[in-house]
Design a protein. Sequence first.
Length: 325
Amino acid sequence: MLFSASFGLKAQVDLDAFLEAGVADANKLLEGYLQPAFEGFGYGLASGWYNTAKPHNLLGFDLSVTVSAASVPTGAEFFTFRNSDYTNVRYDGGASVDIPTMFGPNLGADDLPQLTFLDPDTGEEVVRISAPTGLGIEEDFMPFNAVPVPMAQIGIGLPKGFELKVRYVPEQTFEDDGNVKLFGLGLMHDIKQWLPGEKLLPIDLSVFLGFTNLTSQVYIDKDLDQYGEFEANSYVFQAVASKKFLFVTAFAGLGYSNYDIGFNMLGDYTTETRTFTDPISLKYKKNGVRANVGLRLKLLFLTLTGEYAFQEYNTMSVGVGFSFR
């Protein structure tokens, strides 16, 4: 699923036509089309870091695997194409029109607006094609429209109420598709110990800071040495509270998260009239308030976790792990 953006480019987008209109217009079109895929991934990276506000005892540790699904808002299933935003692409049916994004519905050609692409040098029409359609994720792949983000991590208790969390995936190569690697660090600290009368507080209270970096190369056409280069950085800072009831721990967090994502299409891309080198460079960056609530069920060493985060792309996470001390 990390390669969905490449799949979308190859299967849904007439890239030659996009490039014929010039690099600036091609970047603008692809930025709108791919936006929910990358934004959802950025929000998903902030999830699954913790399931309690109580750090491990010294050298206690846990190993967990989570899958998060960042729900794509209805408003992100389409983006608005405005003639005024483009130089060499136009919609002849009016000043603007809504076009499916990658995570929009999979529409037939008759239901899609027609876009006209002009030659940047002559202003003459090069081609007229249907706008790209969505993948129809909710229709064909998942029960709801969301960007999936899997994650694995380990946590270990340190002195003085600290806990270190590490996310690490060494470089993985997927035959002719590409490669991916990931690294992340998180630090939780028990601040309850510093409060007056901390023994009287009925909850655990900590602060958490986390960072995740993922890089990937995705082949668009390996034989032609055309590939996409993807890098995502995610930061999250939250205050975390939790309360244990027998085998169940309820937890909640409130704070701030942001992501910074870049996607480049590298290589030479030849159309009927010219060759473009490294034509696409997209950037997505956003920050905001993040709140989450969740439950953890612990049976001996086994933990089962469910979490829901409130943010622009509300995110549901489920996880399983083993926890000691």
